[in-house]
Design a protein around this ligand. Structure first.
Ligand code: MF3
Ligand code: CO
Length: 272
């Protein structure tokens, strides 16, 4: 586990802010009739225009720039000509490499009007990410993150996917430590100032089990229930977390934990 120097942190800030900006544009582009391949093309174009490189494309043979996971798809859905339909939910995961450093973030977006249950799943999953971010500070334990996610998710009757975890991130997309979204608090390594983590809860409406489809990538909820995914890359500070993957001008947590304000509308985390 690496603590980043100020120069490395500033590179990670740039890569992740780019991810935040592009992801925010993709979120706004989601509408009935739009295909996930169109979102993928938009993402790749903007990444390359910024002088960056898609981080997922070619990673272990992954064929696209974004992961686009619709409805019961949990993560790693491959973009296709499938058009999104009113009432669907779509999880968009985006990674870039810029100047040798990685950015990684994901959101789940409603397509048009969705059911109340689907909206609740999205809201609770995003809230669980912010509950986790709220416990990040130097001296906290890695397992406190998963505990915060699991506690919030299960209090709302949803379930945490176990097969995939968050991760350290820096000069590689996946670094130590693994960051599970479940478990007992107070275990595992302590967080230290300058560590950078991608925290990414995946939450199913029904049972937590998943299976991988025959394309070798797409993870789906075994019981066919809806699934949501949110991810932010955060830097550990002495007294909180700096969320690196927010779009510019977002106004949410800066260097000292959960900030006041937040001018953005839409998928706003509850700060309870
Ligand atoms: N955010 C996911 C992760 O960090 C996305 C990886 S997709 C892959 O694991 F194609 F790169 F595997
Ligand atoms: Co990730």
């Amino acid at each position: 586990m690496v603590c980043r120097s100020p120069v490395e942190l500033s590179r990670l800030r740039d890569a992740n802010r780019l991810v935040g900006r592009i992801l925010d544009g993709l979120r706004r582009a989601v509408a009935p009739g739009v295909t996930t391949a169109e979102l993928d093309a938009l993402a790749e174009e903007q990444i390359r225009a910024a002088g960056a490189v898609p981080a997922f494309k070619g990673y272990r043979g992954y064929p696209a720039t974004i992961c686009a996971s619709v409805n019961e798809e949990v993560v790693h859905g491959i973009p296709s000509g499938r058009a999104l339909g009113e009432g669907d939910i779509v999880s968009i995961d985006l990674g870039v490499r810029l100047e040798g450093f990685y950015g990684d973030s994901a959101v789940t977006v409603p397509v048009g009007a969705v059911s109340e249950r689907a909206a609740a799943l999205i809201r609770v999953t995003e809230e669980s990410l912010w509950k986790a971010i709220a416990i990040v500070r130097a001296g906290a334990r890695v397992s406190d993150i998963g505990h915060a996610v699991q506690t919030h998710v299960e209090a709302h009757g949803f379930s945490v996917v176990r097969e995939f975890v968050g991760h350290g991130i820096g000069a590689a997309l996946h670094e130590e430590p693994q960051v599970p979204n479940f478990g007992e608090p107070g275990r595992g390594p302590r967080l230290a100032e300058g560590m950078v983590l991608a925290i990414e809860p995946m939450v199913n409406m029904g049972r937590p089990e998943i299976r991988i489809q025959r394309d070798g990538w797409t993870a789906v909820a075994k019981d066919g229930s809806l699934s949501a995914h949110f991810e932010h890359t955060v830097a550990v500070t002495a007294d909180g977390a700096e969320v690196l993957s927010l779009p510019p001008g977002d106004g949410r947590p800066g260097p000292s934990g959960v900030a006041a304000g937040g001018a953005r509308t839409g998928l706003q985390p509850a700060r309870s």
